[in-house]
Design a protein around this ligand. Structure first.
Ligand code: 16G
Length: 169
């Protein structure tokens, strides 16, 4: 990934290949991450429910078959635990000359690993990946307290166009 354009957002200037500590690895989600606490870390974001290993595998392969899912994780290789995650989901469009659009989902960093810029690192990693895939924009929903965090890495509220609406089923 070309980190040149986002260098200013990270100080010290870490990347997915050099996340700051030699024991941290940034990589795509694997089936084995079921045993490395991927679902446990998601509980810091919202309710995960009772997901068995076979539920997890079925959903993982559905995502692979569907295509367009890029779940990225940070592993602490000292204890083989997933300590951060973010999902990039892409969507085919007819508009903008049959463009690809990106959404940022399920961003979480273990709260005992704060202060290492890992949230910024994982979001910038998937953002640069979406750019590399040719997406024309990437968007996200977040709670109010996280607005400054996303602003600090280049995301903007679009005036007149920043409303997130919802229907829950
Ligand atoms: C946040 C997340 C979203 C996640 C949702 C879960 C980001 C950028 N946004 O909006 O991806 O799915 O929370 O909340 O990570 P919910 O359980 O209320 O749907």
């Amino acid at each position: 990934l070309d980190w040149g354009s986002v260098k200013g957002y990270l100080s010290p200037p870490i990347t997915n290949e050099g996340p700051g500590e030699s024991w941290l690895v940034v990589r795509p989600l694997q089936i084995e991450d079921f045993d490395k606490g991927y679902l446990q870390i998601l509980t810091q974001l919202t309710a995960v429910g009772n997901v068995s290993r076979s539920d997890f595998e079925r959903q993982y392969w559905r995502m692979q078959q569907s295509g367009g899912y890029y779940i990225t994780v940070i592993e602490d290789t000292r204890n083989r635990k997933i300590i951060g995650a973010a999902t990039l989901v892409t969507e085919f469009k007819f508009i903008h000359n049959c463009a690809l659009r990106a959404r940022l989902e399920d961003v979480v960093v273990n709260n005992t690993y704060r202060g290492k810029q890992l949230g910024k690192l994982i979001v910038l990693t998937v953002s640069l990946l979406s750019k590399k895939l040719g997406c024309y924009k990437m968007s996200l929903d977040c709670r109010d307290p996280l607005i400054p965090f996303y602003k600090s890495i280049g995301y903007k509220l679009e005036p007149g166009n920043a409303n997130s609406m919802i229907v829950r089923f």
